[in-house]
Structure formats: C-alpha cells, structure tokens
Write a protein that binds this ligand. Structure first.
Ligand SMILES: Nc1ncnc2c1ncn2[C@@H]1O[C@H](COP(=O)(O)OP(=O)(O)OP(=O)(O)O)[C@@H](O)[C@H]1O
Ligand SMILES: Nc1ncnc2c1ncn2[C@@H]1O[C@H](COP(=O)(O)OP(=O)(O)OP(=O)(O)O)[C@@H](O)[C@H]1O
Lengths: 221, 221
C-alpha cells in the first residue's frame, strides 16, 4: 500500500493529506503545531508532532520508507529547504514542495526536488490576465470565475472527436474554437461541431471556470 | 483607463498587482505592513499603507472609483470579510477574494463577492489525485537487478530521435520516459515513440543494468 508523508499542514498540506487519506492511501502527517496535529488525526493515518528540520526525527518516523513526500512549511525559506534536503537525503523517490518564490524554486530544483508548485502565483496571474483583457467576450469576465483560455491540444485529445471527448461533461469546459495551422494556412473553426476531430498541433480555445481550466493544465503538461 | 485595487499584498496579491501593472493597468496597492508597501511601489501605480478594515480610509483612497478590487488579506476571516463588505458597500462592480476555507467562501458569497478563489486547495487536490494514480513507472523499479535512473540529455543526444539513437541496441538501456521543462511547465513523455527527438535540457529516464548505465555516465559528462 502506498505511503505518503505530508510535511506541513497549512491550507495546502491539509488538503493534500485529506485527499490522499480519503482515496484510501496511508498518510503520515507532520507539523510542529500541536493544535494542527490534533486536528490532523481526522485526515491522516498517523499525525505526528515534529520539527521537520530535524533529520533524526524524520528518520525515526520512517520517512525514508514513504513513496512520496509533500512539503509545504510556511513562509521561511530556510525551514522549507532544509526539510526538503533531509527528505532527499533519506532517499524518498518523489518530493513535491510548495515554493515561496521563484528563487526558492530554483534552490529546490538544485537540491533535487521533483515537483515545485506556485499555486498562489499561478492563480493570481490567471486572474490578473483575465481582468486585464478586452475580449470579444468582454462581458464574460463579469460571469464570475469564467475565463477564455488557449491550450495546445494535449496528446490524449489528438485524433478524437468532440463528441467522443465530451469535454463539457467530463471536464466542465466548453470548446468554443479550434485553431489549426498558422501563418497563411491558419484556420479557425468557431463553435466546432460534434464530429470535428482534434489534430496534433491544434490550439484549443476553451471557456470554463478557472478551477476547471486549472485541471486541464495537468493534461497539457 | 481601468483602475484596480489590490488589497493585501501577500504572495497572491503581489502577483496580481504586478501582473496588472505590467499589463499597463492603473493599480492601487494597499497593505498595512510598511515594508510591504514600500516594496509595492515597484509594481503598483500607487502603494498605500492602510488598514483594510477601516472603511473611512478605503473611501478616502477612492476605492469607490475602481473597476475591480482583489482582496487577499491573510489568515483572519474577520479581517478579510470586513474588507470585502466595505468594498461591496462602496459599490465596486467586481470583487475577487482569496478565501481561507469553504465556509469563509460561503460568507463571502452571501455578502455579494463575485469571485472566490481557493488556489492552495485546488492545487493540493490536483496533486493528491495525481499521486494517488497508478502510473506505468510504478512497477518498473521492482525488476530485480535493474535500475531506473535519470540523466541529463548528453550533448551528443540532443536533436536526435530515439530511432536514430537506438539506445537499446547500442547501449543496452531503454529510455522509458523523457522529462522536459521544470516547475509548473514540466512535462513527462512516458514510453516515448521512435520519432521523438531529444531536446537540450531534457531529463532522460532510463532502465537498464547498472553496468550499462555506468557506461552512459561517460557520455553524460
Ligand atoms: N519546522 C517545522 N516543522 C514542522 N512544521 C512546521 C515547521 N515550520 C512550519 N510548520 C508548519 O507548516 C505549516 C505551514 O503553513 P502556513 O499556513 O504557514 O503556510 P504556507 O505553507 O505558506 O501556506 P498554505 O496555508 O497556503 O498551505 C504550519 O501548519 C506550520 O505549523
Ligand atoms: N487589516 C489589514 N489591512 C491591510 N493589510 C492587511 C491587513 N491584514 C493583513 N494585511 C496584509 O495582507 C497580506 C496577507 O498576506 P499573507 O501572506 O498573510 O497571506 P495570505 O493572503 O494567506 O496568502 P498568500 O501569501 O498566499 O497571498 C499581508 O501582506 C498583510 O500585511
């Protein structure tokens, strides 16, 4: 059975732990705040009070045996980086860390962290870009939380028809246009029909709520 | 010209302000932390030291005249909700707030906030869902005597297709995945196809016996 260590139980960490736990995974939740650890008993297999910068403690908790570690330790770069270093040295095969800044991200990358996340920054930039745009669909931004965005056709979509993909039902986003080719051979198919098929290299113009469009980013990675 | 009020300049707020400002918008940035306000002068039209729960101050700043307000005020629900209420009462047509929790979100909705965001929660749930999935790579490390290792694409490989490299024949290792980019733009191409080309900066994930992988190290130096 897969075992995960979630180190730091702020908003981000608590949600990671809870989601994994509810999916039936073995979750070791770590924080140095007693109240938080107490609450974590409800969403983790094991909730432990510990200082994540203490390598000996981490080792005694069996962190070296987990399949993945997720680190989100608050506003101090040194604390977060040190914990990531220890977890790396303990040989954990997959480490994800919520970074405080781009520079922090580069340090984490240098020490071998596998996944570095900037959720507030990503969401902030998306919001700002939407608020700043003057679109044909200008009135749409007033529909709270909706955005028009473009993504390259993910490999999983290529060769499939819109009817088959059923984006509205599966991902709650609507494909409003497909742009194929570029330069003089560029074509744009607005309000595509159900039998249209997505081709490699197509640009998909999607309408949806930000939270649903965010999910597509995973496809498009 | 569009004018935006960004109230609260933590990670989220600062990125909203900076993005809008760099897009040429008129940005009024508000925070009650003097150091933060000082730094904000670099990414806002006007950076003001003020307590966002003080309606009189907000009014004197001309918040009632902005096109949209973006509020992200930290860990206190009362502070955030009060600021949102004032901004709403001042008649700002579009208000976006970073919520602390689902319950906080419901309160914000009740007072008429137009857009409520949960960036850490959304990202956390996506990460957890992905980690919980069984990927092709999971069982590979269990092949006895074999190792999965990663190397940076050696210069000799860059620009060449897998078919052309014929790693299995020449070096007795199998390329099981190529990882390109990093951080939020990281992509992983699992079981790449023969025509895929290796790019500078790619991380090659290889399966093979240690002695064969060792030989690759010579390439990768
Ligand atoms: N050295 C440490 N050892 C263990 N836990 C720590 C340590 N330092 C901080 N923490 C915990 O990490 C958690 C970090 O959460 P916090 O809310 O500060 O921030 P965050 O990671 O910036 O954000 P978010 O709320 O978005 O998850 C807190 O619960 C805190 O108690
Ligand atoms: N009453 C207030 N008036 C003005 N500014 C405030 C007030 N209360 C808090 N702030 C500011 O709001 C900002 C909130 O940022 P903080 O980093 O605490 O959190 P956040 O909103 O949880 O998260 P993030 O870092 O993800 O943006 C801080 O810069 C703080 O100084």
């Amino acid at each position: 059975k897969e075992r995960f260590a979630v180190i730091g139980l702020g908003t981000f960490g608590a949600h990671v732990a809870r989601t994994l736990y509810e999916l039936g995974k073995d979750v070791l939740a770590v924080d140095f705040n007693a109240e938080i650890v107490q609450a974590a008993a409800a969403y983790a297999t094991q909730a432990v009070l510990a200082d994540a910068t203490d390598r000996t403690v981490l080792e005694s908790l069996g962190i070296d045996q987990v399949d993945a570690a997720i680190i989100s330790l608050g506003q101090r770069m040194d604390v977060s980086t040190l914990a990531a270093l220890h977890v790396r040295e303990l040989g954990v095969p997959f480490i994800a860390v919520k970074a405080l800044s781009e520079e922090h991200g580069r340090i984490l990358q240098a020490i071998g962290v596998h996944e570095i996340m900037f959720p507030e920054k990503d969401r902030a930039i998306r919001l700002a870009n939407r608020l700043a745009r003057k679109d044909v669909l200008d009135f749409l931004p007033l529909l709270a939380g909706y955005t028009i965005t473009e993504i390259k056709a993910p490999p999983e979509f290529v060769g499939r028809s819109l009817k088959d993909l059923a984006l509205r039902n599966t991902l709650n986003v609507q494909l409003v246009a497909i742009q194929s080719g570029n330069g003089p051979t560029r074509k744009i198919n607005i309000v595509p029909s159900a039998n249209d098929v997505i081709r490699d290299g197509d640009l998909l113009i999607l309408l949806g709520e930000d939270r649903d469009l965010d999910r597509l980013d995973d496809f498009a990675r």
